[in-house]
Design a protein. Structure first.
Length: 168
């Protein structure tokens, strides 16, 4: 397909999407990948941050020579905002046709199916093992992922892409 044709299709698609949006209908996506997104909930990091800042405040109040000035309260506020950020920034895994994508500490990362060595499922855990790099662990305990549902979808993904799959 030529580039000019693609530009025409995208331009017409944007016009149609604007009209559909005004009518309250869903938008049409050009060359959309069919992918499934499974979302967890992060609650351990926010709890640990709140406990840490609480301990910090209690220890600083008991100190006689430390003054609780503006910088102290700014630090406390920043830690509370960080805890709120971790709580509302939910972990996820997206399973596409030939990739798996997730949010890591350094940002969103994507693994193509060719880079996945195997998928292992245990009770409460799903592990995606890579050829190069660390394993991705999705846990029901720490991130509240629905591991049963995730395991079933990754099983279909593994069969479609000829990836080793093991369930314990």
């Amino acid at each position: 397909m030529s580039r000019s044709w693609e530009r025409k299709v995208r331009k017409n698609m944007s016009v149609v999407n604007k009209q559909r949006k005004k009518q309250g209908n869903g938008q049409i996506v050009f060359n959309a990948d069919k992918s499934e997104k499974i979302i967890g909930r992060n609650f351990i990091a926010p709890i640990l941050l709140i406990l840490f800042i609480g301990m910090y405040v209690i220890l600083m109040q008991s100190s006689t020579e430390f003054k609780m000035d503006t910088m102290f309260w700014i630090t406390v506020g920043c830690y509370i905002l960080l805890a709120i950020l971790f709580f509302f920034r939910r972990p996820y895994i997206t399973i596409g046709k030939d990739f798996v994508q997730s949010r890591r500490m350094t940002g969103d990362k994507r693994i193509p199916a060719s880079a996945i060595k195997g998928i292992f499922i245990q009770k409460g855990y799903v592990i995606v093992e890579q050829h190069k790099g660390g394993n991705w662990v999705f846990s029901k305990l720490t991130n509240r992922f629905p591991t049963e549902e995730l395991g079933e979808k990754l099983k279909v993904f593994a069969q479609a892409n000829n990836i080793a799959f093991q369930q314990k």
